[in-house]
Design a protein around this ligand. Structure first.
Ligand code: SF4
Length: 356
């Protein structure tokens, strides 16, 4: 992993901005810069496309002229672009240390051990593994190899319904809250949900019978950015502004989602704000950079955060790192996923098309 050279740290902001503009001009259509919704505005100013991780990766792969893909987001996003890229394309990440703590909560070795217990507890039954997009490539490959799939926050319910038609149980990782919120929508009763805590469940003496009784097994993982939101925040908003609407991301707790008016993916939240009547107040429970951008894009509406919550991992990417990558295009911080993992992860991603 290469780290940002000192020379870039010492540059003044205008020098960095004009450097990026110059490199973009020189590279033309050979370069595509992807920016996730949670990136800071100074980075998004240079993105060719803004969106969610899957949409962006697909978009870049569809552009035949594009030779270099620079993904401004966290590591699993850059890996997804690497999995879906065309043969002639190269993917680079401005800061490989920018990981996702939620994705890191389910490592392949722990998931494999859990899977062995789950499958072993009910040998006659069938389990489908589903992984959220926010996971490492080897987990996506794990699902690809076992008839499972990847899902996003906009199609988790469809993924659950698809998997329930094929199997007796679903094993979903790594986000417990997204799993619980989706179970409520899909009508899966709470008593049929088993929470798999990798620290505790393997030593639970009753775990085999609890696995047999469950139809949905959820990995104990969470996004600290979205679990910062509390029902009390929403209660206070309602007291102060009874006509306001509250929309949150489904990585928030069930209690927060229940207290809100609506919940959905980043794309859903953008649409919700677009479609809100002019003059209305909308409070948003997701990463602060997206909330601030929506507020500036919709000056005719009053857009606020439920609570200020920033993703420090997304924030690691800045214009200086972007310029450095553009100066070293095709060279530094190339994203690599080994070919076997890539092939199986792609199978799991393509299987998503069956339900989305
Ligand atoms: S907002 Fe949460 S899920 Fe998204 S990258 Fe940050 S930690 Fe991961």
């Amino acid at each position: 992993m290469d780290l940002l050279p000192d020379a870039y740290r010492k540059m003044d902001p205008e020098e960095i901005r004009s450097g990026i503009r110059k490199r973009k001009e020189e590279l033309g259509k050979r370069l595509v810069i992807l920016g996730h919704h949670y990136q800071r505005q100074e980075v998004i100013d240079f993105a060719d496309h803004l969106g969610d991780s899957l949409g962006l990766s697909r978009l870049a792969a569809a552009q035949e002229d594009c030779e270099f893909i620079v993904f401004c987001g966290v590591r699993f996003m850059a890996e997804s672009a690497e999995i879906l890229r065309r043969d002639h394309q190269k993917v680079q990440h401005p800061d490989p240390k920018s990981g996702c703590p939620l994705a890191d909560m389910a490592d392949i070795a722990s998931v494999q051990r859990a899977w062995d217990r789950v499958a072993g507890a009910d040998p006659g039954g069938k389990v489908i593994p589903l992984t959220y997009m926010n996971s490492d490539s080897d987990l996506k490959a794990f699902c690809g190899e076992r008839e499972g799939a990847v899902c996003t926050s906009s199609n988790t319910r469809a993924a659950f319904e698809w998997a329930r038609e094929k199997a007796d149980k679903i094993f979903f990782f790594p986000d417990e809250n997204l799993g619980r919120n989706t179970a409520r929508q899909a009508g899966i009763p709470q008593e049929e949900i088993l929470l798999w805590d990798p620290e505790v469940s393997p030593t639970d003496p009753d775990i085999e019978s609890r696995i047999r009784e469950a139809t949905l097994i959820l990995w104990k993982g969470f996004c600290h950015v979205h679990t910062d939101f509390q029902p009390d925040h929403i209660r206070r908003i309602r007291e102060e502004d009874p006509s306001a609407k509250v929309v949150v991301h489904p990585e928030c707790s069930v209690e927060v989602v229940e207290a809100a008016d609506a919940a959905g993916s980043t794309e859903y939240i953008c649409r919700y704000v677009r479609e809100a009547p002019s003059g209305s107040s909308v409070y948003i429970g997701t990463e602060i950079n997206l909330v601030s951008r929506l507020a500036s894009e919709h000056p005719d509406k009053k857009i606020f955060e439920v609570f200020r919550s920033l993703c420090p991992n997304m924030f690691r990417i800045d214009p200086a790192k972007l310029l450095w990558i553009l100066d070293e295009i095709g060279e530094v911080n190339r994203v690599h996923v080994d070919p076997g993992t890539k092939e199986l992860a792609k199978v799991a991603l393509e299987r998503m098309l069956k339900f989305s």
